[in-house]
Design a protein around this ligand. Structure first.
Ligand code: RIB
Length: 301
């Protein structure tokens, strides 16, 4: 039996959030709501989302020895995440400056802090954690060489999931391990390059040609498109209708749920069908980790 159903190797940030009537453009100053501080970071978010759904989950990350780091560790522990792999110290905890507008859309700037110190040596030192997980999920708010080392450390049966966010050029070795590569429309455009055209459904073929075993493109309230390169099937998955309050971290909840359910043996379309319900629930409440549902809080399919 695998020790963990999901290991997340990724970032942990304190989210400093201000609600605004309109997100400012270049050179503009706007007034906003009182500041809220939430536990966040794409890696830490995924770990909390999965654990809250009932997954045996662990996090490999680095936080600072400071108040933000303690906030993040407390959130992980409260959700039931195994935090033995969370390293403490070396730099301040990562911080994300987030503005959220009345439609629930956000803009985010991340100062990586301790996330930037998560190293290949840290991943090698955590090899039993990596090899003991059924699924290992990463994102790109940690150094790319730590992601590469994660791929190299995976167990023979370990499944690898990557959300390339923020998007960056990926080595062939990483792309070939992705099963799936999970990305939104913005990230897909960056990976496909400036010549990209057509509909998201057309992009899937282009993304598969980059080398991943499977691809999931998330479309916000429009659901997701999934494609398995082996089966040559491309399926659209609809999302339940909900009223969005704050979309921050909804993609992380989606990816965590997807990764966990794939590890349980579901096929890509079924796992994505579950994950869109989790992502939909997450947008109905403010914050990232604070918004994540337990199974009884999921909207109907
Ligand atoms: O995906 C949402 C997350 O992105 C936020 O929690 C923020 O910390 C940034 O990492």
């Amino acid at each position: 039996m695998h020790v963990h159903e999901l290991l997340v190797v990724g970032s942990a940030n304190a989210d400093l959030v201000i609600g605004v009537e309109r997100r400012p453009s270049a050179g503009e100053t706007v007034l906003g709501s009182p500041l809220a501080v939430h536990p966040g970071g794409k890696g830490a978010n995924q770990a909390v989302a999965a654990a809250r759904l009932g997954a045996r989950t662990a996090l490999l990350a680095r936080v600072g020895d400071d108040e933000h780091g303690r906030l993040l560790l407390a959130s992980q522990r409260a959700a039931g995440v195994d935090v033995d792999g969370v390293l403490v110290g070396g730099a301040p905890t990562g911080v994300a400056l987030i503005t959220v507008d009345p439609s629930g859309d956000n803009s985010i700037v991340v100062s990586p802090g301790a996330n930037a110190l998560l190293s290949p040596a840290d991943v090698r030192a955590a090899a039993p954690l990596v090899r003991g997980a059924r699924v290992v999920s990463t994102q790109l708010e940690i150094p790319l060489d730590a992601v590469v080392e994660t791929v190299r450390t995976l167990g023979a049966e370990g499944r690898f999931v990557l959300n390339p966010s923020p998007p960056a050029a990926l080595p062939a070795e990483v792309l070939a391990a992705c099963d799936p590569l999970v990305l939104n429309e913005h990230e897909a455009r960056v990976l496909l390059g400036p010549s990209v055209s057509g509909e998201p459904r057309d992009w899937v073929l282009g993304l598969l040609s980059l080398g991943p075993r499977s691809v999931v493109v998330t479309l916000g309230s429009a659901g997701a498109i999934v494609a398995d390169g082996r089966a040559e099937v491309c399926v659209r998955v609809d999302s339940p209708r909900v009223t969005a309050v704050d979309t921050t971290g909804a993609g992380d909840a989606f990816t965590a749920a997807l990764a966990w359910r794939l590890g349980l043996g579901e096929d890509l379309a079924a796992a994505a069908g579950y994950a869109v319900r989790v992502g939909s629930a997450a947008v109905t409440r403010p914050g990232a980790q604070d918004s994540y549902p337990t199974p009884d809080q999921l909207p109907a399919a």
